[in-house]
Design a protein around this ligand. Structure first.
Ligand SMILES: Cc1cc2nc3c(=O)[nH]c(=O)nc-3n(C[C@H](O)[C@H](O)[C@H](O)COP(=O)(O)OP(=O)(O)OC[C@H]3O[C@@H](n4cnc5c(N)ncnc54)[C@H](O)[C@@H]3O)c2cc1C
Length: 596
């Protein structure tokens, strides 16, 4: 039930033949890393996750984290040993600066680690995910003293981090936060207010928690311009850096929720808690944005991870469960349900989307690495633009699609999917949050049409589509991939029409632009996925080094999965153009009363 097979070959293929890992390793910034060491890391992490972490997943769901009356939170018994082994492994520090104990590996490697961690136990993996966000913010904006004091232990995972943005009246609208920060004589601040939904705001996996809290200083302007970021440790550190007095930041309850029961979602009370400014006063929102790309990419990755885990389980079930006689089977025999075409469709749909999501997320991570490593300013800007464009696609598309694919995985289990016994329902429930947090998918779509579409007047999107045109030509020259080439060509054309339309109406009809945002994200995201899986299919069919590194069956499967995506999933987006080009009038045709 808790079996997880790390898809190490798929990960290495996506890195090498879709995301151009070689290009990353050829930069000065990452020249000290080679393909062999990344391959060894992927294998070792895969083994660790499958053996040590995956078996804890069910405990997370069934036992969950428990709030105690004294304000502590107890995680399931199996979590702590697995987490301490993770800390000892050092894998968490790998992508970070050597100065603080990291190994300066490219971010794409961290993505591989996170993928397998999240597939193994999403609820537990959220703890390092939030810590990573806090590390990014401190690295980019913290003082030298804050970095030296907190980062080494946060990078190993000995200390964990949280992000405290949300308040009851401030969800998507972060500018509405009211938590106060008042300057003390010694330069620290007293933080007062309530934060809700704080992931791992309290737990028993680490001796110290480092809360990053958004709050307002007296007299600050309203909205996002008046927000500052503060570092509020659970225990105030002594002069010698030792963990000292308990801070006035406590967990007053945890939420009971649909999934990720192992991850405590905390209501935090800050009652004059001692905190220190991170970066400049009033720069809190800007500081948040610097860590947002990584965090949003990681949440998109959760979609991929859970899709993979649920798919594996559904495949196993489909091979074992027998029902009916499939076409061609001996009369009177009971066939494994995998032999029924409709079950095959559910499996192939999952499989093709998983390859597509992996292609998207790893390409996005690679763009972040290339932007980071580029020494030429123009190149750095171009990579940054690509990464920025792909972020809302990775975040939203993968976290929307995982709801569909985990639903298919559950469907394959029939009634056994709906009852809790098989464990498949956990993945379906766990996956649901990813479309909601780290900026809802609606907010991502608004970001796509509001900011990303406008980058270079649509030039960033157009450049990417131009690149995919080359893929069309390559596909067209490969036996068995010509229909995929035609479908990709059509999807590119549809996406160009949709993009031009939104660019045209954007300045004058914001309502229709926003009304079209989600279908447009689906169209662009699916087309981008198709362009990327096409790249993989071309490599699998023609590239000598791909053919040398992966076995023929694996490469044939990659091509078949890409073809299915191109021929059967990609064309479904054609119908979205109608919703994208329709004015918003119909969305508002009924009053709230009439909607009833
Ligand atoms: C399990 C869990 C863990 C979380 N972890 C954290 C954490 O660690 N730290 C933290 O700070 N927060 C955390 N959150 C909070 C999470 O980020 C918010 O729930 C999320 O940002 C949405 O805010 P909201 O719940 O207030 O929904 P709302 O903002 O009220 O949104 C409701 C609906 O309206 C839509 N909507 C709202 N505004 C707009 C708009 N301008 N345009 C279009 N659509 C809009 C949304 O897309 C959504 O569909 C967590 C939440 C959960 C449930």
């Amino acid at each position: 039930m808790s079996n997880y097979t790390p898809p190490t070959a798929d990960i290495l293929f996506a890195m090498a033949h879709v995301a151009d890992l070689e290009g990353i390793l050829a930069t000065d910034r990452f020249g000290h890393v080679d393909m062999e060491s990344i391959s060894a890391v992927v294998d070792e992490v895969g083994r660790f996750m499958a053996e040590e972490v995956a078996p804890t997943n069910v405990d997370g769901d069934r036992i969950g984290s428990q709030w105690q009356r004294d304000g502590t939170v107890v995680t399931p018994d199996s979590f702590n040993p697995a987490y301490q082994k993770w800390v000892a492994s050092g894998f968490g520090a790998m992508p970070f600066e050597a100065e603080f104990g990291g190994a300066n590996f490219p971010w794409i490697t961290a993505i591989a680690v996170q993928e397998m961690f999240t597939s193994s136990n999403m609820a537990l993996a959220l703890c390092p995910l939030l810590t990573q966000g806090a590390i990014d913010a401190i690295l980019a904006h913290g003082s030298d003293e804050q970095k030296a004091t907190y980062l080494p232990k946060m990078m190993t995972g000995e200390w964990t981090g949280t992000m405290n943005l949300t308040e009851p009246q401030a969800g998507s609208d972060v500018g509405a936060v009211t938590t106060k920060a008042e300057l003390n004589e010694n330069g620290s601040y007293s933080i007062t207010g309530q934060k809700i939904y704080i992931t791992y705001g309290e737990h028993d996996l680490a001796e110290q928690l480092v809360h990053l809290v958004l709050a307002r200083t007296p007299g600050s302007p309203p909205g996002t311009k008046g927000i500052s970021m503060f570092l509020v440790p659970k225990f105030v550190l002594g002069e010698d850096g030792s963990v000292g007095e308990r801070n006035r930041a406590t967990c007053v309850s945890i939420e009971h929720k649909l999934g990720i029961h192992g991850s405590p979602t905390c209501v935090m009370a800050f009652e004059g808690a001692t905190g220190w400014l991170v970066g400049n006063e009033l720069d809190g929102m800007r500081n948040m944005f610097t860590m947002m790309n990584n965090a949003r990419l990681s949440v998109g990755l959760q979609g991929l991870s859970l899709a993979e885990r649920a798919f594996q389980q559904s495949l196993q079930y489909a091979q074992n469960r027998t029902q009916g006689t499939s076409i061609g089977a001996e009369k009177g025999t009971s066939s494994p349900i995998i032999e029924h075409p409709d079950v095959r469709r559910m499996l192939m749909t999952q499989r093709a989307w998983i390859d597509a999501m992996r292609a998207l997320v790893y390409t996005n991570a690679a763009a972040l690495d290339r932007a980071d490593a580029a020494t030429d300013a123009d190149q750095a800007r171009e990579w940054r633009e690509l990464a920025d464009l792909l972020i809302p696609l990775s975040k939203s598309l993968c976290t929307d699609v995982v709801n569909e694919t985990t639903s298919l995985a559950l469907q394959i289990h029939g009634g056994m999917g709906y009852v809790e016994e098989t464990g498949i329902a956990q993945h379906y429930r766990d996956a649901r949050i990813a479309a909601i947090y780290e900026g809802t998918n609606g907010i991502q779509a608004a970001d796509l049409v509001g900011r990303k579409l406008a980058m270079r007047g649509g030039g960033v999107i157009s450049d990417l589509l131009d690149e995919f045109e080359l893929r069309v030509k390559e596909l067209a020259s490969i036996d068995g991939l010509t229909l995929f080439a035609q479908r990709l060509d059509e999807a590119i054309a549809t996406t160009r029409v949709a993009t031009a339309h939104l660019i045209e109406i954007g300045p004058t009809d914001g309502r229709s632009l926003l009304g079209a945002s989600s279908p447009y994200l689906r169209l662009l995201g699916t087309t981008v996925c198709a362009g990327l899986v096409a790249k993989g299919a071309v490599a699998a069919s023609t590239e000598a080094n791909a053919r040398a590194a992966f076995n023929a069956d694996f490469l044939a499967a990659k091509t078949a999965s890409a073809r299915f995506f191109g021929e059967q999933i990609l064309p479904t987006t054609a119908g979205l153009l109608a919703a994208i080009t329709a004015p918003a009038d119909d969305l508002f045709a009924l009053t709230a009363d009439q909607l009833l």
